[in-house]
Write a protein that binds this ligand. Structure first.
Ligand SMILES: Cc1cc2nc3c(=O)[nH]c(=O)nc-3n(C[C@H](O)[C@H](O)[C@H](O)COP(=O)(O)OP(=O)(O)OC[C@H]3O[C@@H](n4cnc5c(N)ncnc54)[C@H](O)[C@@H]3O)c2cc1C
Length: 274
């Protein structure tokens, strides 16, 4: 049962409440459901909304996105226009008005679509704690979270060059449907062949994963249907799929190559239902 809700108006105050064992909440889209279902946890909620850790800024090609920036703000920002499609693939406008970039790092798959993007982007996470700040690769936060008492304050990412960003999310319907397979990638090419590739997958493992096997298939080759299907089959080595109400592990494994291909070529075959 919740006995207190704190709304600190500074990061320092938020850290104080977090250090005292308060349960962090940003948009609350996940936390409130946990609270309402009686899940165990601290009886004290610490809302980060007024802690001054929101907002988007751009320094050259590097964007800094405050942790409490909502997904609607991402969707509407000119600086992060390349992420518009990914942001819009999350839940519904109502949820996106509340859901935050920081919170998206901590939700289990098949949620965490923005986290999949941040992994593909090789983002850096700024974390504040009782002993000061640190910066960690997003991969580390997705794998291990942050320490008790720590607060994610922002993520930093390099805005990809035009034509190098790819995102595709296969889901059951347009609103409030989690990923069956999500693909986010930054892929550079020259002379018709791939020169660099960083691909992340969602919906196919307990947390977002790199599709390193697929990346290896692509390097030095064209982004053709054949090569992408080979890469999609190779990516099966990188996943640890699960069953849920959206799809079985078997199905996710089976359709992964199709959706990886669609991420790059955008070929939607209406006869393929996913
Ligand atoms: C109906 C519905 C549909 C959804 N569909 C999708 C979907 O399609 N795709 C998707 O990606 N997600 C989906 N979600 C999940 C969720 O809305 C998002 O992932 C959202 O970004 C979580 O952010 P939040 O601010 O609401 O997190 P909260 O619920 O406030 O917090 C989530 C977790 O993150 C921790 N946390 C939050 N902020 C910080 C911080 N700054 N530092 C440290 N820890 C922090 C909290 O302690 C908590 O453990 C859906 C949720 C609902 C209810």
């Amino acid at each position: 049962m919740i006995t207190a809700v704190r709304t600190p108006d500074s990061l320092a105050a938020a850290l104080g409440h977090a250090a005292a064992g308060g349960r962090l909440m940003a948009g609350g889209t996940v936390v409130m459901a946990q609270v309402n279902s009686g899940s165990p946890g601290s009886p004290e909620l610490v809302s980060l909304r007024r802690a001054g850790i929101g907002g988007i800024s751009l320094d050259g090609a590097v964007a800094r996105v405050g942790a409490t920036t909502t997904l609607t703000e991402v969707e509407e920002s000119a600086e992060l226009a390349f992420l518009r499609g990914a942001a819009r693939s999350v839940a519904s406008p109502t949820i996106r008005n509340l859901a935050t970039v920081g919170g998206n790092l901590f939700v289990p798959q098949p949620y965490g679509d923005l986290a999949v993007c941040l992994l593909a982007l090789d983002a850096t996470v700024e974390v504040a704690g009782p002993d000061g700040g640190r910066e960690v690769p997003v991969e580390a936060v997705l794998a291990g979270g942050v320490a008790p008492g720590e607060v994610v304050t922002a993520v930093r990412l390099a805005v990809p060059a035009a034509g190098t960003w790819f995102y595709y999310k296969a889901m059951r319907r347009k609103l409030n449907s989690a990923a069956i397979v999500a693909v986010a990638a930054v892929v550079g090419s020259a002379g018709g062949v791939v020169t660099s590739a960083r691909i992340a997958l969602g919906g196919v493992a307990p947390r977002p994963v790199r599709a390193a096997s697929a990346e290896r298939v692509l390097i030095g080759r064209p982004l053709s249907t054949d090569v992408l299907e080979e890469a999609g089959r190779a990516a099966r080595a990188d996943i640890a799929p699960f069953d849920d109400s959206y799809a079985s592990a078997w199905y996710r494994t089976r359709v992964l190559p199709v959706h990886l291909r669609r991420a790059f070529l955008g070929q939607a075959d209406p006869s393929e239902r996913a």
